[in-house]
Design a protein around this ligand. Structure first.
Ligand code: 5GP
Ligand code: ZN
Length: 114
């Protein structure tokens, strides 16, 4: 069994609430939401972060962006706006080392980010 919690969410051994799924991507509700809408969009295949992507990853990266857009659309955020964030490495606050895009919305956000 994988010791990666997001791989365990993909294989169903850790429960989650799916909000979107396609062949390559899964989106589910964040366990500790930081906004009224907070979903995580991940590749089903284990990729550590954007720092570790390779030549063959174009297709899955494109699909992840489409998945983020669909999640936001489905959550009714497309008009009002929303934020998509990925943390890369410890200094940026990455705590789960399986690539994920946070889709956040339903409130205002500051810029620059904290
Ligand atoms: P990071 O800090 O790596 O950018 O984001 C990791 C995110 O994963 C956090 O927002 C955290 O709440 C979420 N998370 C951690 N463990 C679980 C889990 O077991 N299930 C779900 N649904 N989210 C999780
Ligand atoms: Zn993983």
């Amino acid at each position: 069994m994988s010791d990666c919690i997001f791989c365990q969410i993909v294989d169903g051994s850790i429960p989650s609430t799916t909000v979107y799924e396609d062949e390559d991507c899964l989106a589910f509700e964040d366990l500790n939401p930081q906004a009224p809408v907070h979903a995580l969009v991940i590749p089903k295949r284990h990729i550590i972060s954007l720092a570790k992507i390779q030549e063959g990853d174009q297709s899955v990266l494109g699909q992840l962006m489409i998945a983020c857009s669909r999640v936001a659309q489905q959550k009714g955020l497309a008009e009002q706006g929303y934020r998509v964030v990925t943390n890369i490495g410890k200094e940026a606050g990455q705590t789960v080392f399986h690539l994920h895009f946070h889709v956040l919305g339903g409130r205002g956000f500051h810029w620059p980010p904290g």
